[in-house]
Ligand binder design. Structure first.
Ligand code: HEC
Length: 118
């Protein structure tokens, strides 16, 4: 019972942490993504314009792995945070080969930056 209360408290705290995130700092973290991702065009990876709130595997004309296409994920803050810790742990079989971002603040800032991309 006590563990549940703690888990719920942590979930409740997450959006507050998100609000403090720094999109400007996140823009620098985004340099790690640029080898494969652009904002307005598909490259090695799908474009990331309006990615926050988007259904996984839904960019027209991009050839996704079946694993990601069938994942049922919607890219909200929590889903992106999990994905960016290690895509192949999150979605085994994905073709995004990326070690992940260990630093929690870097991830929060990056997600805040992604949220500015329309
Ligand atoms: C080495 C290339 C590479 C790097 C670096 C990379 N990605 Fe990806 N990314 C991909 C590929 C390829 C896919 C498609 C995965 C699939 O179909 O399984 C993808 C998919 C994604 C998706 C899912 C998009 C959708 O439409 O469902 C997100 C979100 C994403 N990447 C974010 C990032 C971010 C943010 C970074 C930087 C921290 C990053 N990626 C770094 C190659 C990369």
């Amino acid at each position: 019972m006590r563990k549940w209360v703690l888990a719920i408290a942590m979930i409740a705290a997450a959006p507050a942490a998100g609000m403090a995130a720094d999109a400007e700092a996140g823009k620098t973290v985004f340099n790690k993504c640029k080898a494969c991702h652009q904002v307005d065009k598909n490259g090695v990876g799908p474009h990331l314009g309006s990615v926050v709130g988007r259904k996984a595997g839904s960019v027209e004309g991009y050839n996704y792995s079946d694993a990601l296409k069938n994942s049922g994920i919607t890219w909200d803050n929590a889903a992106l945070d999990k994905w960016l810790q290690g895509p192949s742990k999150d979605v085994p079989g994905t073709k995004m080969i990326f070690a992940g971002i260990k630093d929690e603040t870097d991830r929060a800032n990056l997600i805040a930056y992604l949220d500015t991309l329309k």
